[in-house]
Design a protein. Structure first.
Length: 125
């Protein structure tokens, strides 16, 4: 069942990517992207969301405040989901980014950002 779900997600992603002319060209080239096993995909996604449309300095400041909300400066998924919106707003996140961060946390908490799952996805839908 997990492989069916993985296939469905990969298919949906490719469908969306192919709507953009630049991404469609990249997808059609068929170059595989391999994730580094040492890379924390969850943490990288959170960082990317927080830093969207911000200067480098502002992004670093806000992401630093965000990390400081959590033990060991690491926003574990369950803690992000438990943190009140007001607290996240106080760190500098917009309501829109709070929604995105919570979605990534929920996805990660469901085990969907594990390297093994991602590596098992087919390259083609």
């Amino acid at each position: 069942m997990a492989s069916e779900n993985t296939h469905h997600i990969a298919s949906d992603v490719l469908t969306v990517l192919r709507k953009d002319p630049v991404m469609a060209q990249i997808v059609e080239q068929g170059l595989s992207i391999e994730s580094a096993k040492s890379e924390d995909i969850y943490f990288r996604l959170l960082s990317a969301i927080v830093s969207q449309q911000l200067s480098t300095k502002a992004a670093a400041t806000i992401f630093g405040r965000f990390k400081e909300l959590f033990p060991d400066n690491y926003p574990h998924a369950h803690l992000v989901l438990e943190t009140p919106d007001e607290t996240l707003r106080g760190a500098g996140l917009s309501f829109q980014k709070i929604g995105y961060v919570r979605n990534v946390a929920a996805f990660a908490q469901g085990g969907n950002l594990e390297h093994a799952l991602i590596d098992a996805m087919e390259d083609e839908a």
